[in-house]
Every structure is written in C-alpha cells, then in structure tokens.
Design a protein around this ligand. Structure first.
Ligand code: ZN
Ligand code: ZN
Length: 183
C-alpha cells in the first residue's frame, strides 16, 4: 500500500529492491550492469557504461541483509612509467552487511554501520570502495617496463641502448676534483 512499484529498468543498476529477498533465504544475482561514472582510481578505471558482471548473493540474516560476491569487468589504465594504455580483467570481491533500521529507541549504531532506508539497497558505494582499494595506484604495462628517459622522454623499451653521453659540466668538474683528492 502506498508503495510506488518501480521496475528494475527505472532504478540505478546497482540499487536492489530488498522486497525480492525472502526472510531466511538467499537471492542470487548474476547480471551485467553498466559501470557507473568515475569507478576507479586516477590511472585505472572501469570506463563508464562498460560491462560489469555481478555474481552476488543477498542473504536475509538476523540483523540485516548480507551481500557477498564478486564484480568483474575490464579495467582501462595507463602505465605509470611509459603512459601506454593497458587493459585487463579484474575481479573485485565484496562483503557488506546492510543493517535493518533500529527497532527500538536508543539502539546503538556505530558510524560505520550501513543502515537500510526503505526497501532499496544501494550497492554502489560498496562497489566503489572495494574497487578503489583493489586497483593499483601505479599500474604498469609489464613488470619490467623501463619507462621513459627522464632527460628527453624517449621510450626506453624501444631503445634500450639509449643514453645521453654528455655529462653535465658541473658534475665533470666535481668528478675530477674527487679523483684528484684520491691520488
Ligand atoms: Zn609501460
Ligand atoms: Zn633520453
């Protein structure tokens, strides 16, 4: 009564209707959803609108609804050393308990508790937190990527012999002094 029934299409893709979950049972959710905007870290993200595969269970437990499972998608990143684009599949695990609102006055909740409001459960902040914790802050295209020459920006992977032979004249003078003192 008085509840506006909204179809799944009209809800954001990471918001779930808890009325679909029956007390004492599990709801399994296996579905593809579009990634929300800004899902990731500076150099590595799941692009907005790209496919995320959800494999989740929603379990009706004593205190609330326990959500567990994985979110998988393709990360688009930039190598922190040579700036080449890199992509890979990444699977992120989640576990989060969404508490039912307190039944009695004065029931204690800590600041970190997630409390359900109404019938809808918004999983997006949980997914966001798990992704940010897992994605690398400095992704590399390969473990031994030599990066770029700090003097001229040349790609060292393509030019392993690359060097700048001319030594800074101030260093040359210093080196000569040190050699003199050692004599
Ligand atoms: Zn690289
Ligand atoms: Zn160089």
């Amino acid at each position: 009564m008085g509840v506006a029934l909204t179809g799944p299409e009209s809800r954001p893709p990471l918001v779930f209707d808890t009325r679909e979950i029956k007390r004492g049972s599990l709801l399994e959710v296996d579905r593809l959803v579009p990634a929300p905007a800004d899902l990731g870290v500076a150099l590595a993200t799941f692009p907005e609108g790209s496919d995320l595969t959800l494999n989740l269970t929603f379990e009706f437990v004593v205190d609330g609804i326990l959500v567990r499972g994985t979110v998988e998608g393709t990360v688009h990143a930039e190598c922190a050393r040579c700036l080449d684009p890199v992509t890979w599949r990444e699977q992120v695990e989640l576990t989060e308990l969404f508490l039912f609102p307190p039944q009695r006055e004065g029931e204690e909740l800590s600041e970190d508790d997630l409390v359900l409001e109404g019938d809808l459960l918004d999983l997006e902040p949980t997914v966001r937190d798990a992704v940010v914790l897992q994605l690398p802050l400095a992704p590399v295209c390969r473990e031994d990527c030599p990066g770029l020459c700090s003097a001229c920006g040349a790609r060292l992977a393509e030019d392993p012999e690359h060097s700048h032979d001319e030594v800074d004249p101030r260093w040359a003078a210093l080196t000569a002094l040190i050699e003199d003192e050692q004599d």
